[in-house]
Design a protein around this ligand. Structure first.
Ligand SMILES: *[C@@H]1O[C@H](CO)[C@@H](O)[C@H](O)[C@H]1NC(C)=O
Ligand SMILES: *[C@@H]1O[C@H](CO)[C@@H](O)[C@H](O)[C@H]1NC(C)=O
Ligand SMILES: *[C@@H]1O[C@H](CO)[C@@H](O)[C@H](O)[C@H]1NC(C)=O
Length: 316
Protein backbone atom coordinates (compact mmCIF):
# COMPACT_ATOMS: atom_id res chain seq x y z
CA UNK A 1 0.00 0.00 0.00
CA UNK A 2 2.67 2.42 1.13
CA UNK A 3 4.69 1.93 -2.06
CA UNK A 4 1.62 2.32 -4.20
CA UNK A 5 0.89 5.65 -2.61
CA UNK A 6 4.39 6.89 -3.21
CA UNK A 7 4.17 5.75 -6.79
CA UNK A 8 0.91 7.51 -7.42
CA UNK A 9 2.15 10.70 -5.76
CA UNK A 10 5.17 10.48 -8.03
CA UNK A 11 2.97 10.22 -11.12
CA UNK A 12 0.90 13.18 -10.02
CA UNK A 13 4.10 15.17 -9.55
CA UNK A 14 5.34 14.27 -13.02
CA UNK A 15 1.99 15.19 -14.51
CA UNK A 16 1.74 18.50 -12.66
CA UNK A 17 5.33 19.35 -13.51
CA UNK A 18 4.52 18.80 -17.15
CA UNK A 19 1.88 21.50 -16.62
CA UNK A 20 4.51 23.80 -15.18
CA UNK A 21 3.10 23.55 -11.64
CA UNK A 22 6.15 21.97 -9.96
CA UNK A 23 7.05 24.81 -7.66
CA UNK A 24 3.53 25.28 -6.38
CA UNK A 25 3.20 21.56 -5.76
CA UNK A 26 6.43 21.40 -3.81
CA UNK A 27 5.09 23.82 -1.22
CA UNK A 28 1.91 21.77 -1.01
CA UNK A 29 3.96 18.72 -0.14
CA UNK A 30 5.91 20.71 2.44
CA UNK A 31 2.62 21.17 4.20
CA UNK A 32 1.95 24.80 3.49
CA UNK A 33 0.28 26.15 0.41
CA UNK A 34 1.35 29.68 -0.39
CA UNK A 35 1.20 30.85 -3.94
CA UNK A 36 3.80 33.58 -3.68
CA UNK A 37 6.73 34.62 -5.83
CA UNK A 38 9.33 32.62 -3.93
CA UNK A 39 7.24 29.45 -4.25
CA UNK A 40 7.41 29.88 -7.98
CA UNK A 41 11.19 29.66 -7.92
CA UNK A 42 11.67 31.90 -10.91
CA UNK A 43 15.44 31.48 -10.50
CA UNK A 44 15.28 28.13 -12.25
CA UNK A 45 14.79 29.93 -15.56
CA UNK A 46 17.60 31.58 -17.52
CA UNK A 47 15.36 33.97 -19.42
CA UNK A 48 11.78 34.56 -20.54
CA UNK A 49 12.08 32.08 -23.46
CA UNK A 50 12.94 29.43 -20.93
CA UNK A 51 9.70 30.12 -19.09
CA UNK A 52 7.32 30.00 -22.03
CA UNK A 53 9.02 26.90 -23.43
CA UNK A 54 7.66 25.03 -20.40
CA UNK A 55 4.08 26.24 -20.83
CA UNK A 56 1.68 23.35 -21.60
CA UNK A 57 0.65 25.05 -24.86
CA UNK A 58 2.51 26.65 -27.76
CA UNK A 59 2.76 30.42 -28.25
CA UNK A 60 3.20 32.42 -31.43
CA UNK A 61 6.21 34.70 -31.15
CA UNK A 62 5.88 38.20 -32.59
CA UNK A 63 2.97 37.42 -34.92
CA UNK A 64 2.68 39.90 -37.78
CA UNK A 65 -1.00 40.72 -37.51
CA UNK A 66 -1.95 42.47 -34.32
CA UNK A 67 -5.39 40.86 -34.02
CA UNK A 68 -4.19 37.67 -32.38
CA UNK A 69 -6.40 34.59 -32.52
CA UNK A 70 -4.03 32.33 -30.65
CA UNK A 71 -1.85 32.62 -27.59
CA UNK A 72 1.13 34.77 -28.45
CA UNK A 73 3.98 36.87 -27.10
CA UNK A 74 5.61 40.08 -28.25
CA UNK A 75 9.32 40.32 -27.48
CA UNK A 76 11.18 43.56 -26.77
CA UNK A 77 12.57 44.91 -30.03
CA UNK A 78 16.13 45.08 -28.69
CA UNK A 79 16.42 41.26 -28.89
CA UNK A 80 17.28 40.85 -25.23
CA UNK A 81 15.10 37.71 -24.97
CA UNK A 82 12.60 39.49 -22.73
CA UNK A 83 8.85 39.35 -23.25
CA UNK A 84 6.99 42.65 -23.35
CA UNK A 85 3.41 41.44 -23.97
CA UNK A 86 1.63 38.13 -23.63
CA UNK A 87 -1.81 37.03 -24.86
CA UNK A 88 -3.27 33.82 -23.48
CA UNK A 89 -6.38 32.76 -25.34
CA UNK A 90 -8.71 29.75 -25.01
CA UNK A 91 -6.24 27.64 -23.02
CA UNK A 92 -7.03 25.20 -20.20
CA UNK A 93 -5.31 27.13 -17.43
CA UNK A 94 -3.12 30.18 -16.86
CA UNK A 95 0.33 28.69 -16.06
CA UNK A 96 1.66 29.98 -12.70
CA UNK A 97 5.10 30.56 -14.19
CA UNK A 98 3.59 33.43 -16.19
CA UNK A 99 4.30 35.44 -13.03
CA UNK A 100 8.02 34.90 -13.57
CA UNK A 101 7.87 37.06 -16.73
CA UNK A 102 9.10 40.03 -14.74
CA UNK A 103 9.58 42.34 -17.75
CA UNK A 104 5.94 42.12 -18.88
CA UNK A 105 4.20 45.39 -19.69
CA UNK A 106 0.95 43.87 -20.98
CA UNK A 107 -0.84 40.74 -19.83
CA UNK A 108 -4.04 39.75 -21.65
CA UNK A 109 -6.01 36.64 -20.75
CA UNK A 110 -9.07 35.56 -22.71
CA UNK A 111 -11.34 32.60 -21.88
CA UNK A 112 -8.66 30.93 -19.75
CA UNK A 113 -9.18 30.28 -16.03
CA UNK A 114 -6.67 30.90 -13.25
CA UNK A 115 -5.87 28.00 -10.97
CA UNK A 116 -8.78 27.78 -8.46
CA UNK A 117 -10.11 31.02 -9.96
CA UNK A 118 -7.57 33.02 -7.95
CA UNK A 119 -5.37 35.86 -9.15
CA UNK A 120 -2.43 34.91 -6.90
CA UNK A 121 0.02 36.89 -4.77
CA UNK A 122 2.69 36.16 -7.37
CA UNK A 123 1.28 38.90 -9.58
CA UNK A 124 3.29 41.32 -7.44
CA UNK A 125 6.33 40.09 -9.36
CA UNK A 126 5.16 41.94 -12.48
CA UNK A 127 6.59 45.31 -11.49
CA UNK A 128 6.64 46.64 -15.07
CA UNK A 129 3.00 45.77 -15.81
CA UNK A 130 1.02 48.62 -17.35
CA UNK A 131 -2.01 46.76 -18.69
CA UNK A 132 -3.82 43.84 -17.12
CA UNK A 133 -6.77 42.73 -19.20
CA UNK A 134 -8.82 39.64 -18.44
CA UNK A 135 -11.88 38.64 -20.45
CA UNK A 136 -14.35 35.81 -19.95
CA UNK A 137 -12.37 34.02 -17.26
CA UNK A 138 -14.19 33.39 -13.96
CA UNK A 139 -12.41 35.04 -11.01
CA UNK A 140 -13.34 34.05 -7.45
CA UNK A 141 -10.66 35.94 -5.61
CA UNK A 142 -8.08 38.62 -6.34
CA UNK A 143 -4.97 38.96 -4.19
CA UNK A 144 -4.57 42.14 -2.13
CA UNK A 145 -1.10 42.33 -3.73
CA UNK A 146 -2.75 43.58 -6.90
CA UNK A 147 -2.59 47.13 -5.54
CA UNK A 148 1.21 46.96 -5.23
CA UNK A 149 1.74 47.03 -9.01
CA UNK A 150 3.63 50.31 -9.32
CA UNK A 151 3.03 51.07 -13.01
CA UNK A 152 -0.46 49.78 -13.74
CA UNK A 153 -2.39 52.10 -16.07
CA UNK A 154 -5.23 49.85 -17.22
CA UNK A 155 -7.17 47.26 -15.26
CA UNK A 156 -9.84 45.43 -17.22
CA UNK A 157 -11.80 42.49 -15.84
CA UNK A 158 -14.69 41.86 -18.20
CA UNK A 159 -17.16 38.93 -18.11
CA UNK A 160 -15.30 37.45 -15.14
CA UNK A 161 -18.31 36.73 -12.83
CA UNK A 162 -16.97 39.19 -10.24
CA UNK A 163 -19.27 39.87 -7.28
CA UNK A 164 -16.83 42.13 -5.43
CA UNK A 165 -13.83 44.32 -6.12
CA UNK A 166 -11.45 45.46 -3.41
CA UNK A 167 -10.31 49.01 -2.57
CA UNK A 168 -8.04 50.00 -5.46
CA UNK A 169 -7.08 53.46 -4.25
CA UNK A 170 -3.42 52.45 -3.76
CA UNK A 171 -3.01 51.93 -7.53
CA UNK A 172 -1.90 55.55 -7.94
CA UNK A 173 -0.94 55.20 -11.61
CA UNK A 174 -4.25 53.66 -12.71
CA UNK A 175 -6.07 55.63 -15.41
CA UNK A 176 -8.61 53.18 -16.78
CA UNK A 177 -10.81 50.82 -14.80
CA UNK A 178 -13.12 48.60 -16.78
CA UNK A 179 -15.26 46.00 -14.98
CA UNK A 180 -17.93 45.34 -17.61
CA UNK A 181 -20.41 42.46 -17.46
CA UNK A 182 -19.93 41.19 -13.93
CA UNK A 183 -22.26 40.96 -10.92
CA UNK A 184 -21.05 44.04 -9.07
CA UNK A 185 -23.45 46.13 -6.98
CA UNK A 186 -20.87 48.64 -5.76
CA UNK A 187 -17.17 49.53 -5.97
CA UNK A 188 -14.86 50.54 -3.16
CA UNK A 189 -12.48 53.47 -3.34
CA UNK A 190 -10.57 53.95 -6.58
CA UNK A 191 -7.60 56.16 -7.42
CA UNK A 192 -7.81 59.30 -9.52
CA UNK A 193 -9.12 57.70 -12.74
CA UNK A 194 -9.85 59.04 -16.20
CA UNK A 195 -12.12 56.27 -17.47
CA UNK A 196 -14.61 54.19 -15.49
CA UNK A 197 -16.58 51.49 -17.30
CA UNK A 198 -19.08 49.53 -15.22
CA UNK A 199 -21.64 48.57 -17.84
CA UNK A 200 -23.52 45.29 -17.56
CA UNK A 201 -23.49 45.02 -13.75
CA UNK A 202 -26.06 45.26 -10.93
CA UNK A 203 -25.50 48.83 -9.76
CA UNK A 204 -28.62 50.56 -8.43
CA UNK A 205 -26.68 53.80 -7.99
CA UNK A 206 -24.02 55.55 -9.98
CA UNK A 207 -21.00 55.14 -7.65
CA UNK A 208 -20.37 57.99 -5.26
CA UNK A 209 -16.58 58.08 -5.03
CA UNK A 210 -13.97 60.53 -3.77
CA UNK A 211 -11.88 61.11 -6.85
CA UNK A 212 -14.14 62.09 -9.72
CA UNK A 213 -12.34 65.22 -10.90
CA UNK A 214 -10.43 63.56 -13.72
CA UNK A 215 -13.12 61.17 -14.89
CA UNK A 216 -13.95 62.10 -18.47
CA UNK A 217 -15.64 58.83 -19.47
CA UNK A 218 -18.34 57.05 -17.48
CA UNK A 219 -20.19 54.00 -18.81
CA UNK A 220 -23.09 52.76 -16.68
CA UNK A 221 -25.04 51.11 -19.52
CA UNK A 222 -27.11 48.06 -18.64
CA UNK A 223 -27.40 48.58 -14.89
CA UNK A 224 -30.67 48.64 -12.90
CA UNK A 225 -30.23 52.26 -11.78
CA UNK A 226 -32.84 53.91 -9.60
CA UNK A 227 -31.86 57.44 -10.58
CA UNK A 228 -28.98 59.36 -12.15
CA UNK A 229 -28.48 62.03 -9.49
CA UNK A 230 -24.92 61.07 -8.38
CA UNK A 231 -23.78 61.86 -11.93
CA UNK A 232 -23.61 65.50 -10.80
CA UNK A 233 -20.47 64.75 -8.78
CA UNK A 234 -18.60 63.81 -11.98
CA UNK A 235 -17.79 67.45 -12.70
CA UNK A 236 -15.54 67.04 -15.69
CA UNK A 237 -17.23 64.15 -17.45
CA UNK A 238 -17.44 64.40 -21.26
CA UNK A 239 -18.87 60.98 -22.17
CA UNK A 240 -21.91 59.69 -20.27
CA UNK A 241 -23.34 56.33 -21.26
CA UNK A 242 -26.62 55.52 -19.52
CA UNK A 243 -28.36 53.23 -21.99
CA UNK A 244 -30.58 50.38 -20.80
CA UNK A 245 -30.32 51.67 -17.27
CA UNK A 246 -33.99 51.66 -16.14
CA UNK A 247 -33.94 55.46 -15.71
CA UNK A 248 -37.17 57.44 -15.47
CA UNK A 249 -35.53 60.88 -15.43
CA UNK A 250 -32.26 62.79 -15.63
CA UNK A 251 -31.25 65.45 -13.08
CA UNK A 252 -32.82 68.86 -13.85
CA UNK A 253 -29.47 70.51 -13.09
CA UNK A 254 -27.62 68.39 -15.66
CA UNK A 255 -26.15 71.63 -17.07
CA UNK A 256 -23.83 71.75 -14.05
CA UNK A 257 -21.80 69.30 -16.10
CA UNK A 258 -20.74 71.84 -18.69
CA UNK A 259 -18.16 69.58 -20.36
CA UNK A 260 -20.60 66.91 -21.53
CA UNK A 261 -20.05 66.01 -25.19
CA UNK A 262 -21.84 62.65 -25.43
CA UNK A 263 -25.04 61.96 -23.53
CA UNK A 264 -26.57 58.61 -24.43
CA UNK A 265 -29.90 57.71 -22.87
CA UNK A 266 -31.34 55.16 -25.31
CA UNK A 267 -33.58 52.37 -23.95
CA UNK A 268 -34.76 53.88 -20.67
CA UNK A 269 -38.14 54.91 -19.29
CA UNK A 270 -37.63 58.66 -19.37
CA UNK A 271 -40.90 60.57 -19.78
CA UNK A 272 -39.62 64.12 -19.34
CA UNK A 273 -36.49 66.08 -20.31
CA UNK A 274 -35.49 69.18 -18.34
CA UNK A 275 -34.86 72.27 -20.51
CA UNK A 276 -31.41 72.61 -18.95
CA UNK A 277 -30.23 69.86 -21.26
CA UNK A 278 -30.17 72.61 -23.90
CA UNK A 279 -27.58 74.49 -21.86
CA UNK A 280 -24.75 72.06 -22.54
CA UNK A 281 -22.51 74.10 -24.85
CA UNK A 282 -20.17 71.24 -25.76
CA UNK A 283 -22.80 68.61 -26.56
CA UNK A 284 -21.95 66.72 -29.77
CA UNK A 285 -24.15 63.64 -29.56
CA UNK A 286 -27.45 63.13 -27.78
CA UNK A 287 -29.57 60.01 -27.87
CA UNK A 288 -33.00 59.60 -26.28
CA UNK A 289 -34.43 56.90 -28.53
CA UNK A 290 -36.76 54.30 -27.07
CA UNK A 291 -37.98 56.11 -23.98
CA UNK A 292 -41.46 57.14 -22.87
CA UNK A 293 -41.56 60.57 -24.49
CA UNK A 294 -44.45 61.20 -26.86
CA UNK A 295 -43.71 61.82 -30.52
CA UNK A 296 -44.91 65.40 -29.97
CA UNK A 297 -42.33 65.88 -27.19
CA UNK A 298 -39.65 64.34 -29.39
CA UNK A 299 -40.40 66.85 -32.16
CA UNK A 300 -40.16 69.73 -29.67
CA UNK A 301 -36.83 68.43 -28.38
CA UNK A 302 -35.45 68.08 -31.88
CA UNK A 303 -36.57 71.56 -32.87
CA UNK A 304 -35.14 73.13 -29.72
CA UNK A 305 -31.78 71.38 -30.24
CA UNK A 306 -31.66 72.43 -33.91
CA UNK A 307 -31.71 76.02 -32.70
CA UNK A 308 -29.31 75.67 -29.78
CA UNK A 309 -26.96 73.05 -31.28
CA UNK A 310 -27.08 73.14 -35.11
CA UNK A 311 -24.25 70.58 -35.42
CA UNK A 312 -25.54 68.11 -32.84
CA UNK A 313 -25.85 64.44 -33.80
CA UNK A 314 -29.22 63.65 -32.31
CA UNK A 315 -30.97 60.31 -32.10
CA UNK A 316 -34.65 60.45 -31.13
C1 LIG B 1 15.05 44.08 -22.10
O1 LIG B 1 14.79 45.39 -22.57
C2 LIG B 1 13.69 46.04 -21.98
C3 LIG B 1 13.50 47.36 -22.70
O2 LIG B 1 14.61 48.15 -22.63
C4 LIG B 1 13.90 46.19 -20.49
O3 LIG B 1 12.78 46.79 -19.89
C5 LIG B 1 14.13 44.82 -19.89
O4 LIG B 1 14.41 44.92 -18.52
C6 LIG B 1 15.30 44.11 -20.59
N1 LIG B 1 15.42 42.76 -20.09
C7 LIG B 1 16.44 42.36 -19.36
C8 LIG B 1 16.43 40.92 -18.96
O5 LIG B 1 17.35 43.10 -19.06
C1 LIG C 1 -20.19 39.14 -21.80
O1 LIG C 1 -21.33 39.36 -21.00
C2 LIG C 1 -22.42 39.94 -21.69
C3 LIG C 1 -23.50 40.26 -20.70
O2 LIG C 1 -23.74 39.19 -19.86
C4 LIG C 1 -22.90 39.02 -22.80
O3 LIG C 1 -23.94 39.63 -23.52
C5 LIG C 1 -21.72 38.77 -23.74
O4 LIG C 1 -22.10 37.84 -24.72
C6 LIG C 1 -20.53 38.24 -22.97
N1 LIG C 1 -19.42 38.17 -23.87
C7 LIG C 1 -18.80 37.04 -24.14
C8 LIG C 1 -17.80 37.11 -25.21
O5 LIG C 1 -19.02 36.02 -23.50
C1 LIG D 1 -30.86 47.21 -24.40
O1 LIG D 1 -31.19 45.88 -24.06
C2 LIG D 1 -31.94 45.22 -25.02
C3 LIG D 1 -32.31 43.86 -24.48
O2 LIG D 1 -31.22 43.28 -23.84
C4 LIG D 1 -31.13 45.13 -26.31
O3 LIG D 1 -31.88 44.50 -27.33
C5 LIG D 1 -30.75 46.53 -26.77
O4 LIG D 1 -29.89 46.46 -27.88
C6 LIG D 1 -30.03 47.26 -25.66
N1 LIG D 1 -29.79 48.63 -26.08
C7 LIG D 1 -28.60 49.20 -26.06
C8 LIG D 1 -28.55 50.62 -26.52
O5 LIG D 1 -27.58 48.61 -25.70
Amino acid sequence: MYCNNIASVFFIIVWLCSLGECAVLRTYINGEYKNSVSDLNCNQYNNDYDIIRQFPFPLLINPVEYAFHKSAVVMYKNNNASIQEIYIMDEEIVPSSIFCLSNLEELTIISTPFQNGIIPDAIENLKQLQQLMIYESPIKKITEKLVTLPKLLTLLLSNCSLTHIQDLSKLKTLEMLELSNNYLTHINEVPDLGLLKLDGNLFKEIPVIKNTDNIWFLDMNKNPLINALPILSYKNVRYIFLENATLTSIPPTIDKLQKIEYLLLTDNKISYLPTNVLNLPNLKEFSIRNNLLSSGDMKLIETAFKKSHPDLYICV
